[in-house]
Structure formats: C-alpha cells, structure tokens
Design a protein around this ligand. Structure first.
Ligand SMILES: O=C(O)CNC(=O)[C@H](CS)NC(=O)CCC(=O)C(=O)O
Length: 276
C-alpha cells in the first residue's frame, strides 16, 4: 500500500485551501497513492476568532468536508483529513479540531476530536492557548479498516505516550498525527517524539504537517515547522517533507509491524510493579 502525506501552508481562507488540497490529493492519487493524508486544520489556519466565526461551518454543512468526501469517492482512495476547524453547538462558541477518516466510497468511517490542547508558553514572546478557541475531545478513536487498524491522534497528542500505547494495544498498526507544530518545539522535539511513539508501539506513524508562514505580516501571523514525517515500526524515518508545501510518499507493509513487535515485545508486557 502506498501512502501520501500532503504538506500544506494553509491560509485563513477555506476556499483557497480546499482548491490547493484538491489539486494535491489528485496528484497523489495519480501517482498511485491508496491512502492520502492531510495536516491539522487543513481548512483554516487562524488564531483570529472573529475571522473563524465568519468563515467556518459546522460539520453538517462544511464545504471542505463535503468536497474532500466526494473527491475520495471519485478517486477511490482512503483519505485522512488531518483535521478541520468546525463550529460546534457549544454555548461558549468554541470550535472542534476534528480529524476524519473517509473510505473510498466517500463515507466518514471515523471521526476524532483532538484531546490534548496546546496551552503552552513556548518562549517569552510566544504563547499558545488552544483551549480558548477549541473544545477538547474526550474519547480516543481506533478505526478498524481493510487497510489496517488506524489510531487517530492530532499534533500535541504526540506528547502523551499512554494514548499511543492504548491505541496500539487495542489494534492500531498505523498511528496518524496530523500537525501544525510550532517551529521552536518542532526543531527540538518533533522527530524524536514521532520516532519514540513508533518504536514504543511498533506502528507506522504518519504525520502530515502544516509548514511556513501563515497569513499576512500582522499580529495574527503564525508559523509552523513543516517536515511531514513517515516513520516505520522500527523507528526508521521513511519520508521527510522538508519545508515546502507538497507531497511525500511512503510504502506501507503491515508485516513490518509484526516483525518489529516480534523483535521487541514490549507492547505485550503487562509487568506490574510497586513504588510511587
Ligand atoms: O490553532 C490552530 O489553528 C490549530 N491547532 C494548532 O495548531 C495546535 C494548537 S496552537 N498546535 C499544536 O498542537 C502544536 C503542538 C506543538 O507544537 C508541540 O507540541 O510542541
């Protein structure tokens, strides 16, 4: 099976982002990809809640979701829409940061709301408060599909290894981590965290990412790290998207999952111990 990780430089204009995504998904399918993945907040990178209120939709009427479902069906591919920023019915007006797995028939077979919110002061000048705009999910999601068990996570979730272990022990062979990583923490941690989760779980880890400067030069500008990464079950880096928007490809062979877990059976261990 051939997977394609799409790297985007999404703006705060969902129509523009959908057009770019359509063209890269078509290119990936044309190159023979069976499973195509897009990054976190494919439809809109913005930290401006007024702007988000104007351009975002609820799941039921979201044009990015409908457009990509139709494209997955037309091309007959599996599609992970890394995430979409969507309106919710919440009284506090917070959005959902929701990942979708779409089948080659264009059906949504799984949806996952990002659990861990990035509320972090990265440096003296750079602070993120994701939970101010987004409502966290409360349920982990494993999709059992003909292309394998797919454990769905998003971005900052990567720092919570128990989530990944639980997904793998429940049957995940592929873990998806669509992201919009900060440049500072990306340079320091991104590759190490993704490789560690792959090694610990004996899973493929597929992490399509946002990259570059988002938005005009203004107070609301954001920057992301890029380097969409595909990691094998032995921890080897199979593809790296660099810093430009585009596509990287990776061949997946689920017998490699079995092999890695036979060599290091740590995922099966349930050793109990005393202590703090
Ligand atoms: O706000 C949006 O548009 C969508 N959400 C994100 O981009 C989120 C919250 S700001 N980013 C992360 O979780 C980065 C995590 C990270 O960089 C780390 O763990 O070091």
């Amino acid at each position: 099976m051939k997977a394609a990780l799409i790297q985007l430089n999404s703006s705060d204009d969902p129509d523009e982002n959908l057009a770019v995504t359509h063209s890269l998904v078509a290119e990936a399918a044309g190159a023979g990809a069976d499973f195509v993945l897009t990054p976190e907040v494919t439809n809109c990178v913005s930290a401006d809640r007024t702007r988000q209120q104007e351009v975002l939709h609820p799941e039921m009427t979201d044009p990015t979701l409908a457009g990509l479902q139709a494209q997955a069906r037309d091309l007959g591919i599996w599609l992970l829409i890394g995430s979409l920023a969507l309106k919710t019915e919440d009284a506090d007006g917070r959005f959902a940061n929701r990942s979708f797995l779409v089948s080659p028939e264009g059906r949504i077979v799984a949806r996952y709301d990002k659990i861990h919110m990035f509320d972090v002061q990265v440096s003296e000048t750079e602070t993120y408060r994701e939970s101010a705009g987004y409502r966290p999910g409360t349920t982990s999601v494993l999709a059992r599909t003909p292309i394998g068990g797919i454990g769905m996570t998003v971005c900052y979730d990567i720092r919570f290894p128990h989530l990944f272990r639980q997904l793998a022990r429940s049957g995940a062979q592929i873990l998806t981590v669509p992201s919009a990583f900060s440049p500072v923490t990306g340079a320091a941690h991104w590759e190490t965290l993704l490789r560690a989760r792959a090694i610990e779980t004996g899973c493929y880890v597929l992490a399509p990412a946002q990259t570059g400067q988002h938005g005009s030069v203004s107070a609301k500008r954001r920057e992301t790290y890029g380097h969409s990464l595909a990691v094998g079950p032995w921890g080897d880096i199979l593809a790296d998207g660099g810093t430009e928007p585009g596509i990287v490809y990776v061949d997946l062979d689920l017998s490699e999952v079995t092999k890695a877990r036979q060599r290091i059976p740590s995922l099966d261990a349930t050793t109990e111990f005393d202590g703090p």
